[in-house]
Design a protein around this ligand. Structure first.
Ligand code: F6R
Length: 597
């Protein structure tokens, strides 16, 4: 949830620490701080608010340090304020720690430390780590850190420095951390985006690994202090990919990237006569599929259920990871567990993957090297590039495209059949998505009518019911306008009571067998004075009469329609939020990667 960076090298540490924090700001941004070692002293500066507040205050201070750590926080334990911001000192200001994750036994450890005379100042669980290290410190930082880590229950990605030693200790258990390897310098970060500008060579720490970084280089150890071999990997993403590409916000840039990102999912996998996925289970043995995920990824899972049941004729269950992980797990040996996560780090999704005793697991993940991607037996990477906007957009369509491939693959492997029309339409889908994007100006105009709206309903049926859920989630996340998604026919079972002249209802309709039924739902809304926005692949006189606004989208197979229908909904949410002056990429109270339960 929060971001960590660290530096040890020949250059000044502060410029990297600040630029690294800026890159990680999307992970957490209610306070930030740095700690630099200088003349055998530690100096911590931290501020509440976004990183620019910290940066402005640091300008008037002089530093000369080649060793430092820094943190950007999204509060879990205690208010977002300067005291709770990281880094945290020990009693003597000889040790400083930055930490991501949650220490579950922190109350007990805090009590123990206070009984021994330690004076803790913050409400955080993280501060106890500095004091535990102080308790064990006898002139060797890694030894004291290893001692302290053995007492911690919970999760951490952390970095520790001391006033007296020229080294950083970094450790990971359940919260991501990487080393960036430069020339005579080592960077630490909780996400590769922080270091990509400085180096392409990275080491992904695994759970239970500790890195000791000194001016001579770095060495990995396990919790018992035994040396481990490090594996250097090359980052393929460039700085350009991470930057905004001239768009006002990352969210908008990412919405516009979708013709490309959908094509990336299909490249090398979709062929006119076959689907190539390198999966390590036998598709013929699978009897049932269980998909679990959170948030937007849960919405794509619901679309996955529809796709796999329709195309591959296999039963699919979909569950919120946060619920599923704590329920009775009625799993059979022939069940396949699919976990979907953009970040590959979502705590509940990872928790479900670990809790559910499935013999075959498949991850649909964007971030290469993320924890979930390492723990599943088979995987489909989205190859969508970094998604920086907190509200997920391009990852959603890439997940849906992956699920279409999975459904086609399962059916082909199990029956030998491939739906050639679907394959043909899939080959054309990026072009059709671009056609919707080309209507952005018109959608922006429509969005202006929503500025004063307080409540919206999003209604869809079949495969477009999850699209309605996702459209509503996008709007509420970034514009703070209340919105709910419903299966269209459910409206009359309750939500219809809400409809009056102030209510906007967004209908997602495909021309097909249930088109007429949705028209009846629209009439019910119209009769009560509600305003209607329709996303549809067909415009006729009835629709024109009923709808206040129609967004016409290209026609495709019903199975592919979510890839097209979600685009106007993403754009509507974006333009409403932007017109309201909201920081669209970092809406309040949200963080990009939810690594706490
Ligand atoms: C919504 C959003 C969240 C995430 C959810 C799961 O726009 O981004 O709902 O979808 O937190 O995240 P991942 O996919 O990283 O597991």
């Amino acid at each position: 949830m929060c971001g960590i960076v660290g530096y040890l090298g020949q250059k000044q540490a502060l410029p990297f620490l600040l630029s690294g924090l800026e890159r990680l700001e999307y992970r957490g941004y209610d306070s930030a701080g740095v700690c630099l070692q200088e003349n055998q002293q530690l100096r911590i500066v931290k501020r509440k608010g976004p990183i620019k507040v910290l940066e402005a205050d640091l300008q008037s201070l002089k530093f000369n340090s080649q060793l430092g750590i820094a943190h950007t926080r999204w509060a879990t334990h205690g208010q977002p304020n300067e005291i709770n911001a990281h880094p945290h000192y020990d009693c003597q200001h000889q040790i400083a720690v930055v930490h991501n994750g949650i220490i579950e036994n922190f109350q007990a450890l805090k009590q123990l430390l206070e009984n021994e005379g330690h004076h803790l100042v913050s409400e955080t669980d993280s501060e106890i780590i500095a004091h535990l290290i102080e308790k064990f410190y006898q002139g060797n930082l890694e030894e004291a850190t290893l001692h302290a880590l053995k007492l911690l229950e919970g999760t951490y990605g952390l970095a520790v420095i001391s006033a007296q030693e020229n080294k950083i200790i970094a450790a990971r258990r359940g919260s991501p951390l990487i080393l960036g390897i430069g020339h005579d310098e080592v960077f630490i970060a909780s996400d590769v985006s922080a270091v990509v500008e400085y180096t392409k060579q990275v080491v992904y720490l695994k759970d239970g690994e500790i890195a000791v970084i000194t001016p001579q280089g770095y060495q990995l150890q396990n919790i018992d202090g035994e040396d481990l071999q490090a594996q250097i990997e090359e980052i393929k993403w460039t700085v350009d990919q991470i930057e905004k590409d001239g768009f006002k916000h990352f969210m908008l840039k990412e919405i516009f990237e979708q013709p490309q990102t959908i094509a990336n999912v299909l490249r090398g996998r979709l062929f006119s006569d076959q689907i190539k996925l390198s999966l390590h289970f036998n598709p013929r043995k699978v009897k049932k599929i269980i998909i679990t995920a959170c948030g937007t990824s849960w919405h794509s899972s619901l679309i996955g259920k529809y796709l796999i049941e329709k195309i591959a004729h296999l039963p699919v269950e979909v569950d919120y990871a946060s619920e599923f992980r704590y329920r009775e797990h009625l799993i059979n040996p022939d069940d396949l567990l699919v976990v979907i996560s953009q970040s590959g780090e979502t705590a509940d999704t990872l928790g479900a993957l670990r809790a559910i005793p499935a013999s075959e697991t498949l991850g649909i993940i964007n971030i290469v090297g993320s924890t979930i991607s390492r723990e599943v037996k088979s995987g489909i990477y989205l190859h969508a590039g970094p998604e920086i906007g907190v509200a997920s957009t391009k990852a959603f369509t890439s997940q849906v495209a992956s699920l279409i491939l999975l459904a086609l693959y399962l059916n082909k492997e199990r029956t030998g059949n491939l739906d050639l029309e679907l394959v043909k339409n899939l080959e054309d889908i990026s072009r059709q998505v671009q056609i919707v994007l080309d209507q952005a100006k018109q959608i922006k105009k429509i969005s202006q009518s929503l500025l004063s709206a307080k409540n919206l309903l999003y209604l869809g049926r079949g495969i477009n019911f999850p699209v309605a859920l996702e459209g509503a989630l996008k709007l509420k996340e970034v514009s703070y306008i209340h919105a709910e998604g419903y299966p269209a026919a459910e409206m009359k079972h309750g939500p219809i009571a809400l409809i009056d002249q102030n209510m906007f209802v967004v209908f997602i309709v495909n021309h097909g067998p249930i088109f007429e039924k949705i028209i009846s739902n629209m009439q019910e809304v119209k009769a009560r004075g509600g305003k209607i926005i329709v996303i549809c692949d067909l415009e006729n006189d009835v629709l024109k009469k009923l709808a206040d606004f129609i967004i016409l989208v290209p026609s495709t197979s019903e199975e592919l329609s979510p890839l097209i229908n979600i685009i106007p909904l993403q754009l509507l949410a974006y333009y409403v939020a932007d017109a309201k002056g909201i920081n669209v990429d970092k809406p309040r109270n949200l963080a990009k990667s939810v690594t706490v339960e």
